[in-house]
Design a binder for this molecule. Sequence first.
Ligand code: ZN
Length: 501
Amino acid sequence: MGEKVDELRESLGVVADLHAAAGVLHWDQQTYMPPGGAGGRAMQLATLSQLAHERFVSDEMDALLEEAESKVADLDPDSDDARLIRKARRDFDKARKVPPEWVGEFTRITALAHQVWEKARAEADFPQFQPHLEKIVQLRRQYVDFFAPYDHVYDPLLDDFEPGMKTTEVKAVFDELRTEQIELVQAIAERGTPVDDSVVHRRFDEQKQWGFGMEVAKAIGYDFQRGRQDKSVHPFTVGFGTGDVRITTRFDPNFLNTALFGTMHETGHAMYEQGIDPAFDRTPLAEGASLGVHESQSRLWENLVGRSRAFWVAFYPRLQETFPGQLGDTDLETFYRAINKVECSLIRVEADEATYNLHVMLRFELEIALMQDTLAVGDLPEAWNTKSEEFLGIVPSDDAQGVLQDVHWSGGMIGYFPTYALGNLIAAQLWAKIEEDIADIERQIERGEFGELLSWLREHIHRHGAKFEPMELLKDITGTGLTAQPYLRYLRGKFGEIYDL
Ligand code: ZN
């Protein structure tokens, strides 16, 4: 048995190496590559992705999987080997449905589209990006057809990011969220004690922001021996094995939250990947259980920890020391309220916890319309603005503030956005369990101690990587599947207190 699995592991390892090499090129593209590199880089990425895909869906791989599967009955179904074989088979069956030519074309088109999107966003000029997005939507429709028959045209896309989740399930949970979240946001606007957040809009030196962010990332447990931080237009985390997991961030000299909470967010992602069992390196188990679970880790550190009063009991004195001119006159309570101000705003990544999911639901509905061909790409900016008015009560002044703000569509990532909202829900479900298991968690955070929290996450989530399916993992930890109630309870409790509702 061992030998067969070793052979399979070795072949999967080659595929993983090719993906990791492409990952390094992607990272470089978004951090240091000069604009002139765009054309060449698109070809390099296309070649690597196509090679990885061909190696993965080869007949040899199929044979190795079959041989390993024939022995799997002797294994504990929850053993690492049995789970590795199961996960590899699932990925294989999906990948085999997609022709290598499609993969090469998709990679080339999206690498170019990324460059165009950056420019179009900077110039708030959607028509520049439109033909690229049209091509991407067309390719994604082709992709979905590889998986016919399906219940919903969006299902095959969602499944790539959230294995096993169905569009109807997401719709059901979003319906439950939407009404209550809109009610809460309205109650805050109409009856809440106003919050003044001018303090976070003062001028903050970029180098000092960088230093403070690094200090926080280290304190909460990001291992810089196996990671680093750089700047990029859109913050992201990328890992090339558990020994090298990098984050990026961006800075706004006139808004403290951007880099501060962005860094905590990406650090949450990075600590997840650093915490995966190193024995899973170079296998399909060396990734998060799903993007929703991944996002639960980033949102947990960004919000449940980073936007809590307890966290700032520990860190506010240090932040004041870093920015005496900007924060010297502001007490902890005023600062805590400022970083938690609820306000319908245009930019998703900077949205507060109470409005964030509304941004996600807007994109979810538009993506479904694009895939169902009930919305043309050319009509997307107008549809975006209409939905923005409906969900958030505001309309972007230009497309950079609206339809062009996110990187995802330029990368062909349709079906990704719902995982952000799922991450919020999962984070709240996990936090309820953490509060049961670590009775003095709040006191620990006030003392700036995060070891026990990180160990809990390592034990229950991180180390397993993609060994378990997301809902299996969640049920195992919390005893229930996905539910919106802990998140809604958390929102009502926190913002009810801040806004005196
Ligand atoms: Zn994230």
